[in-house]
Design a protein. Structure first.
Length: 357
């Protein structure tokens, strides 16, 4: 096992963390310890448990009813009876987890060796935890990010910084498609800072994801009112207008989004869809051309341009585009529904759109 990138350990620490030993009961530093903060893996410094999850199980070792999501791995113990727990990041031995003891509402006890952990007290204003949440958010670890933003909120005074923590936690919930919870956090963010344009825009996106497009449009209006140069807010508002059938109004917003960012390939595709729905296929094709020029691997744009060519009865051109869309779909990282393209290649015309991946 590669250990050079981890913290140096004493012989006693290695006997537990690497050799899966157990410290003597009631001897550990954190057995009878209840200060506010977070517990980190001693080997790699990853945050494992929040202090509000710790309880007194009278067992002789620190007990927690839950871990920070995604930080602890469970696996069968060699004794064939117990379930071992390890740090999910470095594999360091923590202890064991027990279910069904009815000691807490969670009905779970993580029995952890003190020597496997380090304790960190909260920093002023909770900024440390908010920064840690942002680190996890940026690598797609949204559940972990939510855990740290929750700690940050507990230790942040009322005001704009608290609003930022709520906003970022809401954004994390939205990434997990938990839009109702996201909206609640965006509400808090906006309550703390009524000029938080990004929070309005993100709340609008969550309302749109729930099909509440009129409500979404109101939030996009607010975001644009606070920042008239906010190109993504125009683009998202255009999508909501298109969803309720107001295609001309949607096109106006896509026009503005493209004026603000000429490389906004998604705005070109969405404007093309609006033109398509209005029966303006040539204009739609021009926008798909722009999107494909910006991103030659844009499978969705090829397939939808093929649909536009099909409606113009330029079937050879349509088949070329759909064939290219299918080829791109087969590449790693590309995903969208290709059933309609296949129908076209089989000679079954359809005006329906494919779903974007």
């Amino acid at each position: 096992m590669e250990t050079s990138r981890y913290n140096a350990l004493s012989a006693e620490e290695r006997s537990v963390i690497e050799s899966k030993g157990t410290e003597r009961p009631f001897s550990g530093e954190y057995d009878d310890f209840y200060e506010e903060g977070v517990y980190l893996c001693r080997r790699c410094d990853v945050e494992l448990y929040r202090s509000d999850a710790k309880f007194d199980a009278h067992c002789g070792w620190p007990a927690f009813e839950q871990e920070i999501p995604g930080t602890v791995t469970r696996l069968p113990d060699p004794d064939g009876v117990r379930t071992e727990i390890e740090c999910a990041n470095c594999g360091g031995h923590l202890g064991h987890v027990f279910i069904g003891e009815r000691l807490t509402a969670a009905d779970t006890r993580h029995c952890v060796n003190s020597i496997s952990m380090k304790f960190a007290r909260p920093t002023a204003g909770g900024q440390y935890y908010c920064d840690k949440g942002w680190e996890h958010f940026n690598v797609g670890q949204y559940e972990k990010a939510i855990g740290f933003y929750s700690i940050a909120i507990e230790h942040t005074k009322t005001g704009p910084w608290e609003g930022q923590c709520y906003h970022r936690r809401g954004w994390s919930y939205a990434k997990l498609k938990q839009h109702q919870q996201a909206i609640q956090d965006y509400d808090h963010a906006i309550g703390s800072d009524p000029e938080h344009d990004l929070a309005y825009s993100h709340r609008g996106q969550s309302y749109a994801a729930l099909g509440q497009h009129q409500r979404a449009i109101q939030d996009f209006d607010q975001a644009i009112g606070l920042d008239p140069e906010y190109d993504l807010a125009y683009s998202h508002r255009g999508q909501s207008y298109a969803a309720i059938g107001e295609h001309q109004r949607a096109i106006q917003d896509y026009d503005q989004a493209i004026r603000l960012d000429a490389d906004n390939e998604l705005a070109y595709v969405n404007r093309a869809l609006a033109y398509y729905d209005l029966g303006q296929h040539q204009r739609a094709i021009q926008d798909y051309d722009h999107a494909i020029k910006l991103n030659p691997d844009y499978a969705y744009a090829y397939c939808n341009r093929g649909m536009a060519y099909m409606d113009l009865r330029q079937l050879e051109r349509a088949i070329q585009d759909c064939d290219q869309g299918i080829k791109l779909r087969r590449r790693p990282g590309h995903r969208f529904e290709i059933g309609l393209c296949r129908s076209l290649l089989q000679g079954e015309p359809s005006k329906a759109q494919v779903d974007q991946g």
